[in-house]
Ligand binder design. Structure first.
Ligand code: FES
Length: 250
């Protein structure tokens, strides 16, 4: 007896649920406001961010060790702050979240607002982002130094929870910093030919790697902001005696 092929019934179309347009700007406002308030509290009300060989990213480089004792974090925090504030990704987020200018794709401007881009002060300062990138690279180098020193305790070499947190933080911060649009241009821009000789070929290879990281720049931006926050909070809780750092000394 001939069997008849059965055709599977078509599946009902799954409707993709989309978050409302205001969810992202609202989340941005909450996250950046909370981080901003925490940063102010940390910078203005604490004179040190150091616990044994751990240094908080808010206090790195450790200018207090160089004799600067007047609000030491203030001498440090301006560089990463300007770097983040002028970041192309954060600009999109806070223009939408805080200024509603406009609030999302395909949303009209609020009545009476005329977007002038970054052609006037103070937003024109965002065009200096490339220079803030150079300074941010120096800050990241200090954070790598801190992360390495976080494995060298007063009693010898070891691994503490704080060492791992600091290492994870600087790795994620490096992804954020080196996925920057300005760095991508620095690596692969101003080239007429990618394959003419070894130098442009090498730059092309690097440019492709940076482009891969750059595609997730927004994710690195958020993740690294939270790891900076978490790292600082962990060290603050160690300083205040609320937490004890589990560690193995070899
Ligand atoms: S574009 Fe975001 S850090 Fe440069």
């Amino acid at each position: 007896m001939a069997t008849q092929a059965t055709v599977p019934a078509p599946r009902p179309a799954v409707k993709k649920r989309r978050a409302p347009w205001w969810a992202e700007p609202a989340a941005t406002v909450v996250a950046l406001t909370a981080f901003g308030l925490y940063s102010l509290w940390e910078v203005l009300f604490h004179s040190t961010g150091t616990y044994q060989n751990y240094v908080s990213p808010f206090f790195s480089p450790n200018v207090a060790a160089w004799g600067v004792h007047f609000v030491p974090a203030l001498w440090v925090i301006w560089a990463p702050l300007l770097f983040r504030a002028s970041c192309y990704y954060y600009r999109k987020e806070y223009y939408r979240g805080f200024f509603g200018d406009p609030s999302a794709c395909a949303r009209p401007e609020r009545p009476g607002r005329t977007y002038t881009g970054e052609t006037r002060l103070p937003l024109a300062l965002n065009n200096l982002h490339r220079f803030f990138f150079y300074i941010a690279v120096i800050v990241v180098l200090f954070l790598w130094k801190d992360a390495i020193e976080a494995f060298f305790f007063p009693t010898g070499f070891g691994i503490g929870l704080g060492s791992l947190i600091m290492l994870g933080n600087v790795i994620l911060l490096s992804f954020y910093t080196f996925s920057c649009h300005a760095f991508r241009h620095l690596i692969g821009g101003n080239l007429d030919c990618f394959t003419c000789n070894l130098r442009p070929r090498t730059r092309y290879g690097l440019w492709r790697a940076v482009t891969d990281w750059n595609m997730r720049h927004g994710q690195w931006a958020w993740i690294s902001m939270f790891t900076v926050w978490g790292t600082d909070l962990y060290i603050r809780l160690l300083i205040s005696g609320v937490l004890h750092d589990p560690r193995i000394i070899f």
